[in-house]
Design a protein around this ligand. Sequence first.
Ligand SMILES: [Mn+2]
Length: 359
Amino acid sequence: MSRNELDVLRKRIDELNDRLLEIINERAALVQRIGELKKAQGAQPYDPVREREILNRIKEKNNGPFKTETLQHLFKEILKASLELQEDDRREALLVSRERKSSDTTIEINGEKIGDGKQRLIAGPCAVESYEQTRQVAEQLKKHGIKIMRGGAFKPRTSPYDFQGLGVEGLKILRRVADEFGLAVVSEIVSPADIELAEEYVDVIQIGARNMQNFELLKAAGRSSKPVLLKRGLAATIDEYMKAAEYVFSAGNENIILCERGIRTFERATRNTLDISAVPVLKQETHLPVFVDVTHATGRRDLLIPTAKAAMAVGADGVMVEVHPDPSVALSDSAQQMDFDLFDRFVSELKGCGLHTTV
Ligand SMILES: [Mn+2]
């Protein structure tokens, strides 16, 4: 083969590559158009029957020199890339995403605008245990100018033998105390049937980590008029977390606060591993306010101040923390709740980092 002939053949290869490139992209544009039509019809992007037809057609038409299996493999890669193209288009369409709404969502709670750039604290006992215990905590919040109190009435516990919470009685205590001290309350609801009941007593419905993918609960909360604080699941990816928020948003409730609370890893020094980078990722990817629950992320009282500072440094809209009049006898999470002395120090250190309070 002469040097000249090789050059000629290579030139033809280049031309064929150019045509292949053009054809593949022309095909991709058609795939996108089909994706739009399917979306309008509510159909799924992936259709296994159609994919089988395409592969069979390759078998019928193939005259070599490539083996049919080789060609089918190549086409499968094209099909896979095409599907990803359609799914990318769908991802862009998430209502909770920045692409859909570039400005920050703010949520009005008790005269405060969560997500307005000021960094706030939500604090309170792990569980409501009694009127007196809840009242003592509320007094501390009032003293520090904190407007939102947390407190569990329905407690989804790892063991069925652990304290399960006071239920509706707990919600009633929370409401009574909140009204006495001018606070808003956040409390977890675990059953879709209780959402309506909760509206009577709470200002913000919390959906806990273990229920992040309880889709019926998410839909019920989505139909509620109360804002929702949605915690990240203990083994949920950010993509799964955003889709959980999408369940609430697409059902009609746009007032969602996200809350990173640590994820499960191999590490045992802390109860969970605080995924601090999730905060800026969620701030970039969504328009929703993002909080960090440092109590459950660490499970360690001695790490609450440094991790809360870290949360504020990476741009969280607020921090959530547990405080109890006498943590050593608390009915739940006794190892990680703060007593009032530590809480005083916690608040004053965070104020030094820009925490917003009303006093
Ligand atoms: Mn707790």
